[in-house]
Design a protein around this ligand. Sequence first.
Ligand code: GSH
Length: 201
Amino acid sequence: MTLFVSLTSPFARKARVVLKERGLEERVKQEITNPWQSEARLLAVNPLSQIPALVLEDGSALIDSPVICAYLDELAGPPVLHPQTAPAKWIDRRRTALADGMIDAAILVVMESRRPEDKRHAPWSEAQTAKLARGLDALEAEAESLNSTLTMGTLSIVVALDYLAFRLPGLNWRAGRPKLAAWYDVVSQRPSLIATRPVEG
Ligand SMILES: N[C@@H](CCC(=O)N[C@@H](CS)C(=O)NCC(=O)O)C(=O)O
C-alpha cells in the first residue's frame, strides 16, 4: 500500500500519525509529493490532487483523511482511535470535523497571503481568521472535557493547533486559551505526534 503525503500537510499528518499509532509503517509505504503541483502520479490516484491519498493492495484508492484514517485504524485490528459507541463516538467525530474545518480555514488564509498583495481580498482572510478564533474559543470552552487519550478527535485537534503555530504564528492560538494550551502541552508529547511535527523541506 502507498500513502501519498508531504511533511507539512496537516491532513496527511493525521494519516501518518495513525500509521505510527497502529504499527502500520512497514505495511504502508509513504510517498512524498507536492499536491499543489498536481503531479501525474498523484492525479492518477486522486483527481482532486489532494493528500493524503492511499493506494490499496488491489490498486484502488481511498481519498480524504477521515476515510483513510478510519480504514487504517480498522486495518490494524479492532479500531482504537475511533470510539465505537455513542455518545463518545459522535463527540469525537464532531471534534474531528471542527479541527478539519479549522485546518481548511487556516490553509485558505495561508494561500491568500501568498497571492500578490494587490490580488488579496482582506475580508476573505478576515472571515477565515474569525472562523479560526471561534473554533479555538470553542475548544477552550470544552478543554476540560478533552482527555489525553488519543482518538481521531484529539489527534486532529493537536494537528490543527500545530499547523496554526507552524503557518500562522502571529495568530498566537495560545493567547487567552490557557486550558487548551495546558491540554495541548500534555497530549502533544505523544511520540507519534512529536515524530510527525511539520517541518519545512
Ligand atoms: N478533506 C481533505 C482535504 C485534503 C487537503 O486539502 N489536502 C491539502 C494538503 S494539506 C492538499 O492536498 N491541497 C492541494 C489542493 O487542494 O490542491 C482531507 O481531509 O484529506
